[in-house]
Design a protein around this ligand. Sequence first.
Ligand code: NAP
Length: 330
Amino acid sequence: MTVTYDYAGKHVLVTGGTKGIGAGIAAAFAAAGAEVTVCARTPPTTHDRHSGETASGAGGSGFVTAGGIRFVQADVRDPADVERLISGFDRLDVVVNNAGGSPPAPLEGTSPRLHARVIELNLTAPLLVSQRAYPLLAAVGGAVVMIGSASGARPSPGTSAYGAAKAGLHHLARCLAAEWAPRVRVNTVVVGLANTQNPGSRDPAAQDPATENPGSRDPTVQDPATQDPATQDPNSQDPNSQDPNSQDPNSQDPNSQDTPTRDAGAHGAADHYGGRTDLDGRAIPAGRMATPADVAQVCLWLAAPGYVTGAEVRVDGGGEIPAWRHLVSD
Ligand SMILES: NC(=O)c1ccc[n+]([C@@H]2O[C@H](COP(=O)([O-])OP(=O)(O)OC[C@H]3O[C@@H](n4cnc5c(N)ncnc54)[C@H](OP(=O)(O)O)[C@@H]3O)[C@@H](O)[C@H]2O)c1
């Protein structure tokens, strides 16, 4: 049985839609006929550009990728970028708040600014984007889909700020669903371990993006005192740039070299589970990680007109096998 969706005439924004899960979501909406715009801080490679074509009027200036998806450069943590991005739309039916992630960051020894950046990316940014998009979405009875995480639904040791931010995101979605019903529906896809080695992903297969992907050296959740180019970081214009943190040992913070915006997915699993990547059958009842396509399928359903709002749909293959099952079988 095949379930198909018709998004012809609909305009969809996927934040962080250039890589990993977001790229899979963007491709799925495009395949269903939608006009899709993605944003990220780093443009897709020139290989993916459709030569000469620009995308003015859809989320601001940008260009169209070979896959027919519009790209607009924007940092969703920056309110000015969010304003520019959303003001470029005449119509917006669906927003997928996908941009997010965290390096492994045990609380002890990490800087206050790193925690703030993680929360900013995973909680504040989806709030800003949703808030700014609301009038457009309300005009057409549109939908917001948050990309949440299992880390926000169970303890998340090693990424506590991330887990707390994702838990906040899940709750934010329920609040907005109640506040905006019946005009705009807001739902969350709670993603478990995900394998982002899909064709839409720019992550080199089976390689750690920390070493192979220049975009992965991203400053999103790294200490801006050491990483963010001044021109990119709104904080560099504000009093934080004078923050004593910029002079303190944070500049030596090992997190400044950390793997960037990763969840405990295909690559992150190696960090989070002591180098092991063969956890699928032992950890996930379904026996494999989620793919971007698995997540996209649920986004297509949640974004289509319907009654469901304020819901959380887990895409985690049944969750994580409880420890006692291993004790019993050992
Ligand atoms: N992978 C997993 O196992 C997993 C599990 C559960 C939940 N999730 C969630 O799924 C979502 C996608 O994860 P992923 O693993 O696919 O991530 P990813 O491969 O690291 O891709 C992240 C995307 O977001 C963009 N991005 C990052 N910071 C941004 C910013 N400040 N402004 C705009 N765009 C930004 C990145 O592009 P630039 O770097 O160029 O900006 C990229 O396009 C995240 O919300 C994550 O928390 C992932």
